[in-house]
Design a protein around this ligand. Sequence first.
Ligand SMILES: [Zn+2]
Length: 181
Amino acid sequence: MVMSLEARYEEFWRQSIKQLNDVVKATGLPIAPDEKGQYNLWYDVREMRLRFSISVERIKKFFEGLREGKVYTTRCRRCGRYYFPPQADCPYCKASDMDWVEVSGEGELLTYTVINTKPLTYSHYPDYIVAIARMREGFNVLAWLRADDPRKVRVGMKVKLQVVKREPEGYLTYEFVPAEQ
Ligand SMILES: [Zn+2]
């Protein structure tokens, strides 16, 4: 499955580069209309491949938690502020005096948006919902909301933050699900 995704991206880029080369040959400039044909875009002739990597050494308990099916975050011992996703340092106290706490997972939906125009690298997912919920502990969490029917999603509804496996890649992450009423 992952291989076929990669093949799909490769094909997309191969086609894009071919089209760009054709445009440059025909017009002398790497300028072409956007997907909707509305506006002209300049396409950089250099291709940049980018894959983010971030040090997680000081927040590895968070990832160990995901493997246990638990969502942990950090709370500053000095000022009591929660950080989600977890941070090893408190920017208010300028200290690294943190407690690890398991979050309740209980939240109330503040806002959401259904994403049906997706970036290329997310294009293999069904339409997904990006949501922000206020957690019982008093901090906000941004996460996908897994809902069978997006039309039933309402601001103010109770949601539960839980560990899920993101398919088809198969890695552990967290998402909201509607809480059982
Ligand atoms: Zn603090």
